[in-house]
Design a protein around this ligand. Structure first.
Ligand SMILES: [Zn+2]
Length: 113
């Protein structure tokens, strides 16, 4: 149900923006979802169709931009992509790594009328 709360959050943001800028309709909502955020975009889309009914966001298209997971090695400094959620440096196999991207989740922008 994690995604349901997130979806309601997205709709709240959209409604707040609508109040602030007085637009009539939201055509699309762009969200950014990192690979390591633990969020399933498909579930958000499913919940969104239900939860947005009767709100200004009803019928809006949800556009998801996935952000690849990346890590930076604290030992050798190499930056590499994460495969299969394995947080290990590709260069030296160290587990002493820092996640530099992939955990983000936010509403990027709204397309409105
Ligand atoms: Zn390394």
């Amino acid at each position: 149900m994690h995604e349901l709360a997130i979806t309601e959050g997205i709709i709240k943001i959209a409604e707040k923006e609508a109040q602030k800028h007085t637009f009539k309709k939201i055509n699309a909502i762009k969200i950014v979802v990192g690979e390591l955020s633990g969020i399933f975009p498909q579930l958000i889309q499913d919940y969104f169709d239900i939860a947005s009914k009767g709100t200004i966001a009803e019928g809006a298209e949800l556009i998801v931009r996935r952000v690849e997971a990346k890590i930076k090695c604290n030992d050798c400094g190499e930056e590499s992509n994460v495969e299969n959620h394995r947080l290990r440096c590709k260069n030296c196999s160290s587990l002493n790594v820092k996640i530099t991207s992939g955990k983000e989740f936010y509403v990027d922008s709204l397309e409105v009328d």
